[in-house]
Design a protein around this ligand. Structure first.
Ligand code: ING
Length: 331
């Protein structure tokens, strides 16, 4: 009997600055209901799914951005999602901005801000939490940019690593599930750390502008979606896992985000894709046994990996110049 899990990407259209969380949650409940009707057992919502993508806005003090954060999860506004999960027996992934009163590395208790995602089980338990590690953009206002991207200003680098948990989901007694968030998908290290924990299903949400805002050079528009899909398909293939990647899409305060949410199988094939840039549910039946093929052959890590040659990957941050070739004087 194949270990099949029916998953859904619940893509959200734009959330405007003035839109209260209750409206976003109502939209998400409609998608959860549609997921139930389609037989979905796990629904993946986007990154920062409760509000507009506020890191595109500059605030003089980071405290001014605090209204965009959740100080409790579940909160009054998000409790209906947890109740629906329990009522319908559906798990869900939710991305949100998190404020936590926690000790930092120096053991000092303080208010900490993260770009966070949680995995909630069909009984409403929070099974796993992840805090975004690869924060793109910049920390100070950048006058060259058409739109700011201030994740480095408002969020700390995640401090939970890339965890994987084996937990019941749908009709299965145990599924190995892990998460990453948006820019993380562009870094193969994110995928490999999850792959080294036998992840079977990677969930990720994203908010990605449809045009390059860095102003550092020409990038054809179609490459934005190509790069996103390339990263996810490669990550899934090279770690023999399924991936559910869910967009927040459409035009928020004049800034266009692309949709193209996808579900990818362990062969790297796209098995479902959203076609709108609005609220849209896509589903796929994932036979998790398909993760085994790659793991037993091309990507049998224990047989083929050679960590003794990978030292640069963890010892270096940036790239270094290579030695320059010179013709050797004749001996
Ligand atoms: N957004 C974008 C992402 O990684 C980006 C930022 C876009 C970086 C394109 C590089 C190229 O999809 C977030 N929120 O990380």
């Amino acid at each position: 009997m194949p270990r099949t899990l029916t998953v859904a990407a619940a893509q959200l259209g734009p959330i405007q600055m003035a839109e209260p969380r209750s409206v976003a949650v109502e939209r998400m409940l409609r998608l959860l209901e549609r997921g139930k009707a389609r037989g979905a057992e796990l629904v993946v919502f986007p990154e920062l799914a409760l509000t507009t993508f506020f890191p595109r806005h500059y605030y003089e003090t980071i405290e001014e951005a605090d209204p965009w954060f959740e100080t409790a999860m579940p909160s009054n506004e998000t409790a209906p999602l947890f109740a629906a999960a329990r009522k319908w027996g559906i798990g869900f992934h939710l991305g949100y901005a998190e404020i936590a009163e926690e000790p930092d590395e120096a053991g000092r208790m303080r208010k900490r801000r993260f770009n966070t995602a949680i995995l909630v089980g069909p009984e409403g338990d929070i099974l796993l939490k992840y805090r975004k590690i690869h924060l793109p953009g910049h920390a100070e206002r950048d006058p060259r940019r058409s739109v700011q991207h201030l994740e480095k200003r408002y969020f700390e680098v995640g401090d939970l690593g890339f965890p994987v948990i084996r937990a019941p989901m749908g009709g299965l007694a145990g599924v190995n599930m892990g998460m990453m968030i948006c820019n993380d998908r562009r870094w193969p290290e994110s995928w490999r750390v999850l792959g080294l924990q036998k992840v079977e299903l990677v969930m990720l949400g994203y908010n990605t502008p449809s045009t390059n805002q860095e102003g550092q050079g020409f990038e054809a528009h179609h490459l934005r979606v190509f790069h996103s899909h390339l990263s996810i398909q490669a990550g899934a293939y090279q770690n023999s896992c399924f991936a559910v990647a869910t967009a927040k899409a459409g035009v928020e305060n004049g800034c266009e985000l692309f949709g193209h949410s996808i579900i990818v199988d362990p062969q790297g094939e796209i098995i479902a894709m959203a076609t709108s840039w609005d609220d849209e549910l896509i589903t796929a039946d994932c036979n998790l046994d398909l993760c085994g093929l790659g793991r037993a052959s091309v990507f049998a890590f224990e047989k083929h990996r050679r960590p003794e040659h990978y030292g640069r990957i963890t010892s270096q941050v940036g790239a270094v110049d290579p030695p320059v070739w010179e013709r050797k004087a004749a001996e």
